[in-house]
Design a protein around this ligand. Structure first.
Ligand SMILES: Cc1cc2nc3c(=O)[nH]c(=O)nc-3n(C[C@H](O)[C@H](O)[C@H](O)COP(=O)(O)OP(=O)(O)OC[C@H]3O[C@@H](n4cnc5c(N)ncnc54)[C@H](O)[C@@H]3O)c2cc1C
Length: 252
């Protein structure tokens, strides 16, 4: 699990941030670009906590990965709409530019990947689990192009994908970066790639061999993460080479 350590010497305080803009990310998610005034910078793979306070004082707090590149100013969160949820429906359908809420971060060191960590790198994302990998891939593009990297991204359908254009563009310009899609519910008509949930065969076919000692990061809904991580261990990958971040209980 991710640690919750702020950068050394810095207290983690809540700060009020304003939404600068929002844009749709596929069918069920929204990208929130936040104006932050007191931000020490973040590392690829870190997250932040969001706190909403209702008029009657009721508070709700959730974590969101930081999707924006660490070397660029500002903070962006990619929030998927969870039906019946307390916080994500507000962040994806109600919030408007100019609205404010509280943010605390950056948080976490365990799920960070930086150029110095090297590779080969194997990133497995389910649904909104692509959010921290967007920041990792932007960092890699800037500081570590050429590090052999495979992203296995499981989404229900192309319309559910987040950042598809951006990550495909990154892969087009770097032969060392491969994006493998699997559509778990509806694939495009002429699709010849994977169209099922992630399984052992898919992991065996897409991950670097265990003896290449890849660094593995798995992120998404809890059942997705647990299935992928335990299957990788069964396939011979060292448990300590697999880092996981669990977003919530329901499956992809
Ligand atoms: C470190 C960390 C980083 C995260 N980063 C992101 C991110 O970048 N983007 C993002 O969209 N979410 C992210 N999450 C998940 C996020 O914190 C919330 O759990 C999510 O937005 C649901 O909150 P909610 O208040 O809408 O739903 P809740 O009111 O908490 O839950 C409503 C119902 O939905 C179920 N549920 C809860 N979470 C999920 C889920 N993820 N998928 C499906 N069902 C769920 C619950 O069991 C419950 O039945 C992250 C979580 C963690 C711990």
């Amino acid at each position: 699990m991710a640690t919750s350590a702020p950068p050394l010497g810095r207290r983690l305080d809540w700060q009020t941030v304003r939404v600068e803009s929002t844009e749709p990310l596929g069918r069920r998610a929204r990208l929130l670009k936040l104006g932050v005034t007191d931000w020490p910078g973040h590392l690829p793979g870190q997250h932040a906590d969001v706190r909403l306070t209702a008029d009657d004082g009721y508070e709700a707090q959730r974590s969101y990965s930081i999707a924006s590149a660490a070397h660029e100013p500002g903070v962006s969160l990619a929030v998927e709409h969870v039906e019946g949820g307390e916080v994500s429906p507000y962040l994806t359908t109600e919030i408007r530019p100019g609205d404010a809420f509280e943010l605390r971060g950056p948080i976490g060191g365990y799920f960070v990947w930086e150029a110095a960590n090297g590779g080969p790198l194997y990133l497995c994302a389910g649904g909104s689990g692509i959010a921290p990998f967007k920041a990792v891939l932007e960092h890699r593009e800037r500081f570590a192009r050429g590090v052999p990297t495979t992203v296995l991204y499981a989404v229900r359908s192309p319309e559910h994908a987040m950042f598809a254009e951006r990550i495909n563009a990154l892969a087009t310009s770097d032969p060392a970066l491969q994006i493998v899609w699997t559509y778990t519910r509806a694939a495009p008509k002429s699709w010849r790639g994977y169209a099922r949930r992630v399984d052992a065969a898919m992991l065996r076919e897409t991950a670097p061999r265990p003896d290449a000692r890849p660094l593995i990061y798995v992120c998404g809904p809890t059942p997705f993460v647990e299935l992928v991580a335990s299957t990788l261990v069964e396939l011979g990958y060292a448990p300590e080479s697999i880092r996981t971040e669990r977003f919530g209980p329901s499956g992809e």
